[in-house]
Write a new protein. Sequence first.
Lengths: 155, 155
Amino acid sequence: MGEGVEWALHCCLNLAWIGEERAVPAVKLAGYYELPPAYLNKQLQALARAGIVSSTSGPKGGFRLARPLERITLMDVVAAIEGPEPAFRCTEIITQGPGAQAPGRDPERCLIDRAMGRAELAWRRELAGQTLAELSADVERTMPGVPGRIRRWFG
Amino acid sequence: MGEGVEWALHCCLNLAWIGEERAVPAVKLAGYYELPPAYLNKQLQALARAGIVSSTSGPKGGFRLARPLERITLMDVVAAIEGPEPAFRCTEIITQGPGAQAPGRDPERCLIDRAMGRAELAWRRELAGQTLAELSADVERTMPGVPGRIRRWFG
DNA sequence: GAATCACTACTCGGATAGGGTGTGTCCGAGTATACATGG
DNA sequence: CCATGTATACTCGGACACACCCTATCCGAGTAGTGATTC
């Protein structure tokens, strides 16, 4: 899995703590973690395409959260960065070669694909079941000073 | 995820249906699905290193299951092919840059890492909860002719 | 006839190239601000 | 003093290289079987 997911999650939390009334440019977000600015910008573009953040150009421009943390799940961010395709993609080798099964013969998919799909569904369900708001609450509980320090640093 | 996982799962089932008294060379297994023989051999080597199959060289050599299907889970095969590293690897960017948290300050890991780890644990748990024996039983129930046909083709 | 030995064919195993996706960088389009200018 | 036009600086957005891992291939090490040779 690409590391852009980790960057995107941290940035979403930071944007929330900074407040949605201010737009933060990618360069500043990158500076906080010493990440490649242009590449982080690319990841944030993906978040913008997914409707998670909104972007504005020009001076005083940048990124801000498009909706509250309560309506952003881990799944949303992962899907925005990694794409919607499943990790395990069945190439249907069962329909090739001498022992080929007729593709349309059984309406159900390849059983291996179904089994792997069940596991991936459990993964997605877990990701979709946790919002960034819960994550933010956990951080504020275990490290109360962090959000304030971040808001101050970006000020 | 690499497609070698799909190949390995099909091959394990085929080896089980053929019977463990016979060793099947990689070339023959590849021929059944028209896969690149040498590359499939590489995947089977990974299964051998993981102790899922045993390999014997020379004439009448090949691969055979090292233990019954009841003791092989989807997780075993995935770990053998893909490696033991988790898909999401936290790069600890939280410990870098101006807002660096001291690494040893909190004994618990980065909360984002923990959240992603929970999801991945659900995935692994689902994979580890299903054995190839159950998968084989499903196939024999929905497509009763397949195992016999495979055993016949490899004969 | 039986045992031994060399030879052959076959298989795995690791070392070696090629391609595709993720990683990283650069420059142009667009915009809001600030300033100068004129009424 | 206020409105307007212009220049400017700043930001995103997409187009352009680089690198690493997955994919694919090839050849050597080792082994079991086979046949010839010898006692």
